[in-house]
Write a protein that binds this ligand. Structure first.
Ligand code: BGC
Length: 494
């Protein structure tokens, strides 16, 4: 049973202008419901497979899910202090922050600037990308500091939210680009020297202290203010999670002889779950997205869930319903604009789901303005149902990843910190995810609606700002204590 009851739309009389337009698209709606609904049994099957794959990723042989050790070796106490720079290169935006962790427990001050990453940079050259990043950082510094030498003493945490191998906390060897990035000559290389070279060319005396994934930052920032936080997740342009493992359960690190009970944050990179296509219920549209992407065969899970793809799944489905399936959708309409790949982003779906007007007039306006299509009432009902199904599927599949980490770690009760545009802005994403967790983990019906769930997915603290600063602070503390595991350049903290 999906999070939302599949409803048969009321058949419509007389709202279409064209006599050939079907007044009831029940058959098409049934088709999409069958395609996109993920029932409880399937969620459980996916979760069980997920647990095995998490373990495989930690093994010496490895698996599809990278399970990257991050050298973040403990939670904050809330007493960390200092001023740090944080740079966040997300899928859509670049953010520069200066974070001060104050003497007040779990408190911080932050100043920040946001820059949109120009889309052509995502498929340009490495030099163009790092030059742009360095320029933004320089602009930020010039705005906020007269004296550049002051800056040189501030450790910088660089949130680089792509799968990266880290033999040290201050390196990041890009495993593969995700989220539509496709820049030649970076995969398989350490991105830190590329970034540092761009800074050096500008004479900016900054020392990169730690390279961080957004999920690890989210985990640490959330645990700073809430000790019940055990997992950090991002549901945004991409999707992923991090949690704290103990070194004794990471066979691929056994050769380092770290004490078994030592904590180590793992960046799961769970977007790669089921790249083998064993359990995920992929539709023909998911297959097309994968085949037409810059990295076919990669990020199977992410491509069904993340914000970059939801609008495209929706678009491909509508084009197929128009062209095939007895051709009863958008009959006689020019759908040229709808045929353009990636023309609809997730905010378009959010706006569709938000239309609660009986006549679905916002949907009519959205289609008219963006796509030059005039949907009749039956089509508007189908459009809304399709958005609901795609959004619900994303939330329910996401819950499988959370449930899998909890099962693996034996967490019966905890908080999960989540961030990202889909989590924060997509209507009902949180409720649908919570409902799916309830089904997967057999909690039974809630007695009191106000009662907390045993495992709650909550809005996280700012991972790539505060989290990056905290990770720099925790690493600095380790340097001071002489615990230099996974720190290549301790001098960057002096
Ligand atoms: C990346 C992850 C990141 C996630 C969320 C994925 O595409 O591979 O490193 O955490 O997006 O930003």
């Amino acid at each position: 049973m999906a999070g939302d009851d599949p409803k048969t739309p009321p058949s419509e009389k007389g709202s279409g202008s064209d006599a050939d337009v079907p007044k009831d698209l029940a058959k098409e709606i049934k088709y999409i419901e069958e395609l996109f609904t993920v029932d409880t049994a399937k969620l459980k099957q996916i979760t069980d497979h997920f647990v095995k794959e998490l373990e495989k990723g930690l093994s010496v042989e490895g698996g599809s899910i990278p399970m990257n050790p991050t050298w973040v070796m403990g939670f904050p106490t809330g007493h960390e202090t200092g001023t740090f720079l944080a740079l966040d290169m997300g899928g859509t935006n670049l953010r520069v922050c200066q974070v001060t962790l104050t003497d007040q427990q779990s408190e911080f001050d932050i100043i920040q600037s946001k820059y949109r990453i120009p889309p052509p940079l995502k498929t340009g050259t490495a030099e163009e990308l790092f030059e742009y990043i360095a320029d933004c950082l320089l602009q930020f510094i010039q705005t906020h500091h007269d004296d550049l030498s002051q800056i040189g003493r501030m450790p910088l945490g660089f949130t680089f939210s792509y799968p990266a191998t880290q033999n040290y906390i201050d390196e990041g060897i890009l495993q593969r680009w995700t989220k539509g990035f496709d820049i030649e000559g970076v995969e398989g290389k350490n991105v830190v020297p590329m970034f540092e070279a761009a800074l050096a060319r500008r004479g900016v005396p900054i020392r990169l202290a730690a390279l961080i994934n957004d999920t690890t930052g989210t985990l640490i920032a959330s645990a700073y203010t809430d000790p019940k936080m055990k997992i950090g997740c991002i549901f945004g342009t991409g999707c992923n999670a991090a949690y704290m493992e103990d070194c004794g359960s990471i066979p691929k690190l056994a050769h380092l002889n770290l004490p078994p009970e030592t904590p180590m944050a793992i960046n799961c990179e769970w977007g790669a779950f089921d790249n083998e296509h064993k359990v995920l219920p992929r539709t023909p549209y998911d297959i097309t997205i994968d085949e037409d992407s810059p990295r076919p065969g990669q990020q199977a899970f992410e491509k069904m869930i993340a914000g970059l793809y939801l609008g495209e799944i929706f678009r491909l489905t509508l084009v197929d319903l128009h062209d095939n399936h007895d051709r009863r959708v958008f009959v006689g309409q020019d759908i040229t604009k709808l045929r353009k790949p990636y023309t609809l982003d997730t905010s378009f779906l959010s706006a569709i789901e938000e239309d609660s007007d009986e006549n679905l007039s916002d949907i009519a306006g959205l289609f008219q303005n963006k796509l030059n299509i005039t949907p009749n009432k039956a089509e508007r009902i189908l459009i809304k149902r399709l958005a609901e199904l795609i959004g619900t599927r994303a939330a329910r599949l996401s819950a499988c990843g959370v449930a899998a980490i909890c099962k693996k770690k034996g967490y019966k009760e905890c908080h999960v910190g989540a961030d990202g545009s889909v989590f924060n802005k997509y209507p009902h994403f949180k409720e649908r995810g919570a409902q799916a967790l309830r089904e997967i983990l057999d909690w039974g019906e809630k007695k009191d609606p106000k009662e907390e769930d045993p495992i709650e997915i909550l809005a996280a603290e700012d991972g790539s700002g505060v989290g990056a600063a905290l990770i720099a602070a925790l690493t600095l503390e380790r340097v001071q204590k002489g615990n230099l595991h996974g720190i290549l350049h301790p001098e960057n903290y002096v």
